[in-house]
Design a protein around this ligand. Structure first.
Ligand SMILES: CC(C)(COP(=O)(O)OP(=O)(O)OC[C@H]1O[C@@H](n2cnc3c(N)ncnc32)[C@H](O)[C@@H]1OP(=O)(O)O)[C@@H](O)C(=O)NCCC(=O)NCCS
Length: 280
């Protein structure tokens, strides 16, 4: 997978696949982009401690290429009954694989934060801020870690943070789809997309920022897409104290993450597909 380089405020750490050596999992060799050795996953899970970020909450986004996960090796044993039933309903194998891989990835990442085996992580759904029904943000009961999951095309993104968070990834859509869906966005966003050199890409950026935010606040797309202005790029401070940042993802995709509060350094980490597979 080839991710774009880190922008200002981002730290991009490539995780050495050797990290998975052994049943204990993430005890492995890790190195950041400067070749600095990290002693173990604990280093990754701590808030970035350099400079300005020390006072803020942490924000990590793990990026998985689901095509790198061998379908017959995906460790579905960690999934619960609800996840298995949902997976069984997909018509296309490729969608089932994306769902399975991303949910295993989510469990693996959370298991390190919770110090719980991935198969024992329990999920609930918070109340929807719109209607009060239990289809709001996914959460782990009794634990303050915040997370968000998105899967689209070949990618799955898992955001983990010290504050409410939403993440989204989308493949850049065809021109007609982008043009149609743009009409649902905030008027200023529509203008920016129309004036952009590459409107499809501009649309995908705005859309992922919007969806990340709406997942962060828990409404999903039940809140009007035209109600909030999130802009098309960079760091935006939102009216009610949220921040939204672009996530560097491979060409052909757009990714964004929204966090409740001031934006800390964003760490984008590549999740080795082996983490999602059965351990030998
Ligand atoms: C949630 C939603 C934004 C997902 O968008 P998507 O592009 O299809 O899918 P993504 O891969 O980006 O995200 C899916 C993940 O978001 C998370 N999610 C689901 N609902 C969520 C919510 N309300 N808030 C935050 N996250 C949510 C789940 O982890 C889900 O993973 P899963 O479907 O594999 O279990 C979209 O399906 C939606 O808005 N649904 C709301 C439907 C609605 O209007 N309900 C009525 C409310 S009154």
């Amino acid at each position: 997978m080839c991710l774009a380089g880190p922008a200002a405020g981002e730290r991009y750490i490539r995780v050495d696949p050797r990290w998975l050596a052994g049943p204990a999992g993430w005890q492995a060799l890790l190195a950041d982009e400067g070749g600095r050795a990290l002693s173990g996953v604990g280093d990754l899970l701590e808030p970035a401690s350099d400079g300005a970020s020390s006072a803020s909450v942490f924000l990590d986004v793990w990026v998985l290429s689901v095509s790198g996960v061998r379908a017959d090796q995906a460790d579905v044993s960690v999934l619960d009954e609800h996840e298995r039933q949902r997976a069984a309903k997909f018509v296309r194998d490729v969608d089932r694989h994306s769902y399975l891989s991303s949910h295993i990835a989510l469990r693996q990442v959370l298991s390190r934060h919770l110090d719980t085996p991935p198969g024992q992580v329990e999920f609930i759904r918070e109340a929807c801020p719109n209607c009060g029904a239990s289809h709001g943000r996914p959460a782990v009961p009794g634990h303050p870690v915040h997370f968000s999951l998105s899967h689209g095309g070949d990618l799955a993104l898992v955001a983990v943070a010290g504050a409410p968070v939403g993440v989204d990834v989308e493949a850049v859509p065809k021109e007609q789809v982008a043009a149609e869906l743009s009409t649902r966005l905030h008027p200023d966003e529509q203008c920016e997309i129309a004036a952009a050199e590459h409107p499809r890409l501009a649309f995908a950026r705005v859309w992922t920022r919007k969806e990340a935010y709406l997942k962060g606040i828990g409404t999903g797309l039940s809140r009007s897409l035209s109600a909030d202005y999130l802009g098309g790029t960079g760091l935006a401070a939102l009216p009610n104290g949220w921040s939204v940042l672009d996530v560097p993802v491979p060409a052909g995709y757009a990714g964004a993450v929204a966090l409740c509060g001031a934006a800390p350094d964003l760490r984008v980490l590549e999740l080795p597909p082996a983490v999602v597979e059965l351990r030998r």
